[in-house]
Design a protein around this ligand. Structure first.
Ligand SMILES: Nc1nc2c(c(=O)[nH]1)N[C@H]1C(S)=C(S)[C@@H](COP(=O)(O)O)O[C@H]1N2
Ligand SMILES: [Mo]
Length: 363
């Protein structure tokens, strides 16, 4: 069930956290600036052409304000239901075995609105840092009782009328122990900026961005889910599998999704035999199939999908024969390896539509 925990000896200079003052790691916080909710929207899908999204085109989501952190004071505490609680500084973290994971990065969107509108807060980047699995192998969690790992950010403030002394999320220990989850200090080969959650953030590939705690300072193995607002009041949604619409589930795994990059919306496509294009598709599980429709879902043609490496978004391309010129509505629908498929309407991940005009070349 879990990836194997190998025995790792703690470097001698680790601070043993037993008996250390609670929350002392929060002293690395200098300020919250600017305060309050902040979204930087990504450009439209047809402008997200790069395989690896540059920093300038990657969205940002900040609930309570951006933490200004003194990197020289920064500490990461790992405690809770573990045999060897410890803390490390930035230098010690950087000396540990690191790895890079390329992953799509997607924001769930507003945790307050119902998830029916397609929101375009998506990108694909490379993260570098220490596998959380490695840090846990030093701390040695009690896997009988420790079912979750809580992560704290240094930020505090108010979001949607709710005050919180920290941004706190939780992950089931199975996900925390899978090899892709990183305690990251670089994105696209550059140190994390303040707005990205620097100096250090959690990265949870395959799961919604909300789980990737920025300005990380504390990880704690716990028996239950976290009781903070970002795991209770916000970021639980109605489970679409419950026909009564009652059961809730945490906003964790990303459902299959796709975007059409080419043609562009309202593009006039020349030629009278094919509609060609490409896009990106992603989800918690690898996407194994993308179908394209030009007739609002009556018929679907197979697109070609590039197999996934790590957790990156996947390229799909299509060339659908047509028999007339005029207006077309292009839709793309992704299916993942567990047969989960994008719905046509009514969910945040419902199929995108791009309208184009086909004109014969001689026109
Ligand atoms: N500490 C902290 N971590 C956070 C947030 C936050 O407000 N505070 N926002 C979360 C949300 S909802 C998303 S989508 C991602 C966004 O990461 P980015 O701004 O680097 O794109 O960070 C997550 N981690
Ligand atoms: Mo988000």
């Amino acid at each position: 069930m879990y990836d194997v925990i190998v025995e790792v000896s703690p470097p001698v200079d680790f601070v043993d956290r037993r008996g250390v003052i609670p929350d002392s790691e929060r002293q690395a916080l200098i300020d919250i600036h600017p305060k309050g909710f902040f979204i930087r929207h990504p450009p439209a899908p047809h402008e997200l052409e790069e395989a690896l999204t540059p920093e300038s085109k990657l969205f940002q989501t900040i609930h309570m304000g951006a933490a200004v952190v003194d990197a020289s004071q920064w500490e990461l505490v790992l405690d809770g239901l573990v045999e060897r609680p410890f803390s490390i500084n930035l230098e010690q973290l950087r000396q540990m075995p690191s790895k890079s994971v390329t992953s799509f990065h997607e924001c769930y969107g507003s945790p307050i609105n119902p998830p029916t509108r397609n929101v375009w807060r998506i990108g694909n980047v490379q993260w570098t840092g220490v596998p959380l699995q490695y840090l846990l192998s030093i701390a040695r969690p009690d896997l009988e009782r420790g079912l979750f790992i809580w992560s704290d950010g240094l930020d505090s403030g108010t979001f949607a009328g709710v005050s919180a002394d920290r941004y706190q999320k939780d992950l089931p220990i199975e996900k925390a122990l899978s090899s892709e989850v990183l305690v990251a200090y670089e994105m696209n080969g550059q140190p994390l900026t303040k707005e990205r959650g620097g100096p250090v953030r959690l990265v949870v590939p395959g799961w919604f961005g909300t789980n990737s705690t920025k300005w990380l300072c504390h990880l704690s193995v716990q028996a239950t889910r976290s009781g903070g607002p970002f795991t209770t009041a916000f970021y639980n949604e109605t489970d679409p599998a419950d026909l009564q619409g009652v059961r809730k589930r945490p906003v964790w795994r990303v459902e299959p999704n796709s975007m059409i990059v080419r043609p562009r919306p309202e593009e006039v496509v020349l030629g009278s035999q094919y509609v060609e294009g490409w896009g990106r598709t992603w989800g918690a599980d690898e996407i194994v199939r993308v179908e394209v429709s030009l007739d609002q879902g009556d018929t679907w043609d197979e697109a070609t999908v590039v197999p996934r490496k790590q957790f990156e978004w996947q390229l799909f391309s299509f060339r659908v024969p047509v028999h007339r010129t005029g207006r077309y509505y292009i839709q793309a629908r992704a299916t993942d390896k567990s047969s989960a498929r994008q719905p046509l309407v009514g969910r945040r991940n419902h199929v995108p539509t791009v309208q184009v005009w086909l004109e014969s070349r001689s026109a």
